[in-house]
Design a protein around this ligand. Structure first.
Ligand SMILES: [Fe+2]
Ligand SMILES: [Fe+2]
Length: 303
């Protein structure tokens, strides 16, 4: 699989929002549940700079392709956060005063632990970059999937438009990380570090920044409680399983499924409410397979 960093850099820009129908956005609005999901997403996107700090550890900062990618990536992710914040504000749900600082300060201990490993271990071996790149690939897959599922869920057509634009960006990011991971995991030490890192430390993107495990499980019950949701998770795992040393990967399905089960055992009423609401609003998460931009097809389009 090839990836052109030149092409990526040339195509890089802030997600377009100026052409959205902002009167429609304000008139149609969004539900409280959608607002909760978008808040999680905006906070996660706005804090990409934290992940950038971790990713620039060790030798990765000296790799010209990685530096070029990261320079554009952090700008694009920051603008995803800005676009969602603008959307929420237009719906009468602006971020609260001091939201950014509060989220930064409350970033959980798992985030600090991840930061510790990602800042210190790369100094020991350059092969740790394989773990960083595989981690990035899986996070971008999850982000793209969440945006596409929310685009299917929402009744606000302008939100769906914005979400699909961001999903496309996430696929471009995924292509970079995946290509890097594939290359770096050809080395046995890269393989071992990537597999160990993901198996022991990975959790879905945003936990500890955008919210806690229950927030993530809530999002999963809202957006992935369908055949397509399960298929998308398994598809992520199949893609990861094609990386050297990752065969049989079931990471995303297992982690998300376990978070969902734990949530359901404690908040069965919430799960029932979300299901009843989808029935009431006629939302079918399996409805439009054309919207599900199958990962393989997307990768070939964006490389
Ligand atoms: Fe993003
Ligand atoms: Fe991304």
């Amino acid at each position: 699989m090839s990836f052109s960093i030149e092409r990526f850099v040339n195509l890089s820009k802030a997600v377009e929002t100026s052409d959205l129908d902002w009167d429609y956005v304000a008139r149609v609005g969004i539900s409280d549940d959608e607002a909760r999901v978008l808040r999680y997403m905006a906070d996660t996107e706005s804090h990409t700079i934290i992940y950038l700090r971790d990713l620039l550890a060790g030798h990765t900062a000296r790799d010209p392709e990685i530096s070029a990618f990261m320079s554009c990536w952090v700008y694009e992710e920051f603008n995803h956060g800005r676009a969602i914040d603008r959307f929420l504000a237009a719906c009468g749900r602006p971020p609260s005063d001091g939201q950014y600082t509060r989220v930064t300060e409350s970033a959980s201990w798992t985030e600090s632990l991840e930061a510790f490993f990602t800042l210190s271990l790369p100094l020991l071996t350059p092969h740790f970059a394989a773990a960083h790149m595989a981690w990035g690939a899986i996070d971008e897959m999850m982000a793209a999937m969440a945006y596409m599922q929310l685009a299917q869920y929402t009744r606000n057509k302008e939100l769906a438009k914005l979400l699909l634009r961001m999903a496309k960006d996430e696929r471009r990011h995924q292509a970079f990380y995946y290509h890097q991971a594939e290359r770096r995991m050809r080395h046995p030490l890269g393989q071992i570090l990537a597999r160990l890192g993901l198996d022991n430390l990975w959790s879905p993107v945003g936990i500890g920044v955008g919210g806690d495990e229950d927030d993530l499980a809530f999002i999963a019950w809202m957006l992935l409680d369908s055949q397509r949701g399960r298929d998308e998770l398994r598809h992520n795992d199949r893609m990861m399983g094609r990386l050297p040393g990752m065969s049989g990967c079931s990471l995303t399905f297992r982690r998300v499924d376990s978070l969902m089960r734990s949530f359901q055992s404690r908040f069965p009423g919430e799960v029932d409410r979300l299901r009843a609401q989808r029935r009431e609003l006629g939302i079918n998460l399996d409805a439009d397979p054309a919207l599900s931009l199958g990962m393989d097809a997307q990768l070939s389009q964006t490389l």
